[in-house]
Ligand binder design. Structure first.
Ligand code: MN
Ligand code: MN
Length: 292
């Protein structure tokens, strides 16, 4: 039983926009660039294409694997040699694309093998995607490609199925074998996202990464809150996107009730590279939506 989204072309279009936003972020990652400026340029590009960010631009560096976005007014700049993950999402009426790549800032070329390992893991995993195929085959291919470079896949970060307005829907796509007994279904949209590290191969929680999410609809009794929920729904958002004074005040009132995301930091403080595509599970293979 195929489960293609009825508005498949919207999913393709969201992914095309996300892919271009990812490439823009990679190009802007030069020494001295402010992380906040890079994030805002990515998010503004997505809006200029008629979509909305599906989550704040994630700009995690070095041993940060995921879930960092600059706070309002953040003045931190990129340094020569930083290993930056540019992880971006775009959506059109809840048709979501999620894609990432890694770049070494400046001309140092110390981390090329990490970046290649993540991309090779992604390609190897995507090559195993087909309707009726086992998730475990995808996971095994990812892990083998990363280990072939003498590096470790991060075991506790996974790819995932995507459904309308749900970035992480029911199914996980692990980056190591032996963790999933599920199969892939024709018409599913999934994100394949390996992380390669020279550290321990697992993550722990770091400080708050400035990303929040409504767990459910707050209702209409607080107009400022209702306005925010109308924009963000249950997708992740950040305080950088909340500028009206009454919305800022409402955010502070309910902050403890929202899901908040810590930065994921590699346990051995190893360097981390990530590569991610959103793909459609087809009868004989994957259609890479967020490519190339
Ligand atoms: Mn993802
Ligand atoms: Mn992502």
């Amino acid at each position: 039983m195929a489960r293609y989204p009825p508005d498949l072309d919207r999913w393709r279009e969201a992914a095309r926009i996300a892919g271009k936003a990812r490439e823009l972020g990679l190009r802007l990652a030069v020494p001295g660039a402010r992380l906040a400026d890079v994030a805002e340029a990515i998010e503004a590009f997505i809006r200029s294409e008629g979509a909305a960010p599906a989550f704040p631009a994630n700009l995690s560096r070095n041993d940060e694997a995921a879930h960092f976005t600059p706070a309002p007014g953040d003045t931190v700049t990129l340094q020569d040699g930083d290993l930056l993950k540019v992880d971006v999402g775009a959506h059109l009426d809840g048709a979501i694309a999620d894609t990432a790549d890694s770049v070494e800032v400046g001309g140092t070329h110390r981390h090329d093998h990490l970046i290649r390992a993540a991309r090779e893991g992604r390609a190897a995993g995507i090559a195993r995607v087909r309707a009726g195929g086992r998730v475990d085959d995808v996971s095994r291919a990812i892990a083998e490609a990363i280990r072939a470079r003498g590096l470790k896949p991060i075991v506790d970060l996974t790819g995932h199925s995507i459904e309308r307005y749900l970035l992480h829907a029911g199914k996980s796509i692990p980056n190591v074998p032996g963790m999933s007994a599920e199969t892939l279904e024709e018409g599913e949209v999934i994100a394949i996202e390996p992380f390669a590290t020279n550290g321990m191969g697992s993550i722990g929680n770091g400080p708050f990464g400035n990303i929040l999410r409504f767990r459910n609809d707050p209702g209409g009794s607080d107009p400022a809150l209702a306005a925010m929920f109308a924009r963000f729904r249950t997708l992740p958002f950040t305080a950088r996107w909340v500028v009206a004074p009454e919305e800022k005040a409402a955010l502070e009132r309910v902050r403890r009730k929202l899901q908040s995301y810590p930065v994921f930091v590699e346990r051995g403080h190893g360097l981390v590279a990530q590569a991610e595509h959103t793909v459609l599970v087809g009868p004989t293979g994957a259609e890479v939506l967020s490519g190339p």
